[in-house]
Design a protein around this ligand. Sequence first.
Ligand code: AMP
Length: 213
Amino acid sequence: MITLALSKGRIFDETLPLLREAGIEVSEDPEKSRKLILATNDPGVRVVLVRATDVPTYVQYGGADLGVTGLDTLIEHGNQGLYQPLDLQIAKCRVSVAVRADFDYANAVRQGSRLRVATKYVGIAREFFAAKGVHVDLIKLYGSMELAPLTGLADAIVDLVSTGNTLKANHLVEVERIMDISSRLVVNQAALKLKQAPMRRLIDAFARAVPAA
Ligand code: AMP
């Protein structure tokens, strides 16, 4: 049995067509069922639903043989023990710095001010600002980062941006683009050895299903 870890929402929705191209149909809609383990039309493949930030952990420790996770989540988790064979080109977005429209970010950076930055992506933010030589106090948040500059909790946020609509709705502006993000297929290395033939078949099927970059 091969176990694939997915998170509900954008990653699940955008992985389904790739699975379908690989001949695999998930038998239930996770939005309608409370089940955490979903069967597929292939008796040798099942899907487990986990939180997005838990996908690398499940794959690392063998709770799942492979998984789909955003590059952002993967970088924050660290790459320990995870083989990353494919960029699936789905759930594309970027990690950016955003501030209130009335905050002069460029001037604050030029003057060497210490910035308070709220983010879920502490590792990515720390590395980015260190490389720029900007001193920051990082405030770890787990959600609704956009609220931080509006309430005075932080001067800036580091968050995922896709269309930019969420920033706009909250009167925030994107001032730096840190990196482009897409979802990756990650694989447990031991599983790849122990279940070589079916794992290879699934990875190759994913590879064929990925649209050319
Ligand atoms: P948008 O309004 O389209 O710029 O989307 C921004 C909001 O959606 C932010 O709250 C992000 O955290 C979230 N978001 C955007 N893209 C992704 C993605 N690929 N994966 C997870 N969350 C995302």
